[in-house]
Design a protein around this ligand. Sequence first.
Ligand SMILES: O=C(O)c1ccccc1NCC(=O)[C@H](O)[C@H](O)COP(=O)(O)O
Length: 236
Amino acid sequence: MRADKPDRQSRSPGLRAAHNRVIGARMSIQIKICGIRDEAAMDAAAEAGATHIGLVHYEPSPRHVTLDQAAKLRMRAPSSLKVVLLLVNQEPKPTALAIEAVRPDVVQFHGSETAEWLKVVKENAPVEVWKARGLQNAQTLERAKAYEGAADMLLFDAPAQKLPGGNGTAFDWTLLKGYDGKLPYGLAGGLDPDNVAQAIRETDAMLVDTSSGTESEPGVKDLEKIRAFCEAARNA
Ligand SMILES: O=C(O)c1ccccc1NCC(=O)[C@H](O)[C@H](O)COP(=O)(O)O
């Protein structure tokens, strides 16, 4: 049973870790359903209590949406949902065009984008910027600190495989024990309705993120799995 929680959504991500250290109480978790490609899945995520949806603009992905599709979903998104546009190693001009077309709340960089590049984007567009990092070992966790002062949040994911993300595999969450970075972080990689509560209890993640674990097949969201994931995360 989770104790009553202060209204988490009203606090900036940066306050969460401090809050938990001082108060010792976990704030409610933010939930991102990634790889949304249609309105039915977006509506199911909103109704289930998700706080973010991810729109993948990366053609090799089975979850790829065009900028036009992403813009239409953005326009239809309820105010309860923050829209995350997911890019992988896009050049500056296509990045600017994508942000202009979709007008996301967040841009998630899921390639080898540098901290300097994230700073440029943040200086030139009204967006939060997240950096996804595949965690292999303590060294990769330490290297993520390079994004402090540039990213608003880190998203710790499994290492890249055939795709940079969305591979449906989990990494060793114990790598995060003793994480002393300054940035809040989200947790991704192989999360599903059956393991998300454990992931929340074992880590200090600000947000949990799922793509494969809420699908019936790659790129096809399962509305019941979305509901089950959100319920399990909220009740962790
Ligand atoms: O989801 C994709 O297809 C994808 C493709 C290329 C880069 C990133 C991608 N997803 C980014 C995400 O934030 C996913 O939710 C995250 O990697 C977790 O995916 P999964 O392990 O399938 O839950």
